[in-house]
Write a protein that binds this ligand. Structure first.
Ligand code: ADP
Length: 424
């Protein structure tokens, strides 16, 4: 059959087809009137496409249907353009079968099918693009809300920390005056004064952490870089944590790993703080009798330090979250009575500060753990990658220490800087 015949046959069944489509798709007089207009336009375009053999005639109406804000504009209900086109094609097939003999019906359907296929493909693509744009928009707005929330958190921490600092300093001052002015020669062991002192120290620690978090949030953490050996810092930590380790019947092994006794520029106090946070966490989340180990290796341009424990572990879905501020996990049985007791909880600032310190050094930190299991204790390993800086950004320090990669005899660094070498 020629396209002209197909067109004539299609024109014949058009009024019936429109009636059926209206019955099926549009309820209510207002919707029906509007939809009837749109259907007429659709079939006008379809006839043009049939006549010319150019499917692009359908573009305008498809674009209009896809971008119509609510689908009630074109049909009542939640139908989208692709669903609507599918229904129209089914109705066209049924109507052709009813209105024409088998051969004419087959010809008419065969003629319109490529046009419907083109229209469906176009509508599906446009709808997908619309959907992607919609979700991209939603994501951007959620992101904006999260950033706002993060800013509020930061502001809160910063204001709270600075407001608490002054009264805390006053309390510290008055308590030490009370101790000094006490006529009791045993005031040092007064349990009441000691209780107050422990409470103040804990509060001071929290306020200091809050100040550090707000410095990191505002990119204001400044490093005081000096030449150091990582093993030196780790040895000091081992000494300072010795009593706690004993008290908790833990075993702490700090290995002398490649790179730990090479000079590099970093901030010793801040690194001490970062390593201490990781070790005290290891102590806190490992049951009595467990083990902690510090090891490492050199990589091109970096030194890697690992902190491993045989503790309760961290589930994969929490391994990113714990580095966020207030990233403590909602475990019901945590208690905040102590910084080192098993499962002694905290405000959840330690790892966020640790990450801030490591990133300020140009390094990175992550954790690996098989998961959280208090019975089998799969343990966790925190990895730190630190860039090995052998030249200082400060020209005065460079002049003083020279190039750290040169052998020690040449620079005589130890004599000049009075930095003690680590105990071997
Ligand atoms: P805090 O210890 O004060 O809660 P941190 O920022 O140091 O805060 O740690 C965040 C959370 O990460 C902790 O509450 C704990 O749930 C989890 N976590 C940290 N270190 C370990 C570890 N070594 N083993 C198991 N869980 C850990």
């Amino acid at each position: 059959m020629s396209p002209l015949n197909a067109q004539a046959n299609f024109a014949k069944m058009r009024p019936r087809l429109i009636r059926r489509a209206l019955q099926q798709l549009a309820r209510g007089a207002g919707v029906r009137e509007n939809f009837e207009g749109q259907l007429s336009r659709f079939f006008d375009m379809l006839e043009q496409a049939l006549e010319t053999g150019d499917t692009a005639w359908m573009d305008a109406i498809i674009l209009e249907w896809v971008s119509s804000k609510t689908q009630t504009d074109i049909a009542e209900g939640q139908k989208n353009a692709t669903a609507l086109l599918t229904i129209l094609f089914t109705l066209a097939t049924e109507t052709a079968r009813e209105e024409m003999n088998a051969e004419e019906a087959l010809d008419a359907i065969t003629a319109v099918q490529p046009i419907f296929t083109y229209a469906l493909d176009k509508a599906a693509r446009l709808e997908m693009e619309n959907r992607v744009a919609y979700f991209a928009n939603e994501i951007a707005s959620v992101q904006q809300k999260l950033e706002q929330l993060d800013r509020s958190k930061s502001n809160f921490i910063s204001v709270a920390a600075h407001e608490l600092k002054t009264p805390l300093t006053l309390i510290e001052g008055y308590t030490s005056m009370m101790r000094d002015s006490s006529s009791d020669p045993n005031s040092e062991s007064d349990p009441l004064l000691n209780g107050v002192r422990t409470g103040i120290q804990r509060l001071r620690q929290i306020v200091d952490d809050m100040i550090d978090v707000s410095l990191i949030d505002n990119n204001m953490l400044s490093l005081n870089s000096q030449p150091l050996w990582l093993s030196h810092i780790l040895d000091m930590l081992q000494k300072n944590l010795n009593d706690t380790i004993k008290e908790r019947c833990l075993n702490l092994e700090i290995k002398k790993f490649p790179g730990s006794q090479d000079w590099l520029y970093a901030d010793p106090e801040r690194l001490y703080q970062a390593f201490q946070n990781l070790l005290t966490n290891g102590i806190k989340y490992t049951p009595d009798g467990g083990s902690l180990a510090v090891d490492g290796r050199t990589l091109p341009g970096f030194v890697e330090v690992t902190f491993t424990d045989t503790g309760i572990g961290i589930s994969p879905e929490d391994q990113e979250r714990i580095f966020e501020k207030f990233g403590q996990l909602g475990r019901a049985d945590l208690h905040s009575s102590s910084k080192v007791k098993f499962k002694g909880g905290g405000p959840g600032l330690g790892l966020s500060i640790t990450r801030g310190i490591i990133e300020a050094h140009g390094g990175t930190i992550w954790v690996e753990s098989e998961g959280y299991d208090e019975k089998n204790c799969p343990g966790s390993t925190f990895h730190i990658l630190l860039p090995v800086r052998t030249e200082s950004a400060d020209p005065r320090l460079s002049k003083l220490f020279g190039d750290l990669t040169k052998p020690k005899e040449e620079k005589n660094v130890e004599k000049e800087t009075r930095i003690n070498p680590p105990a071997s």
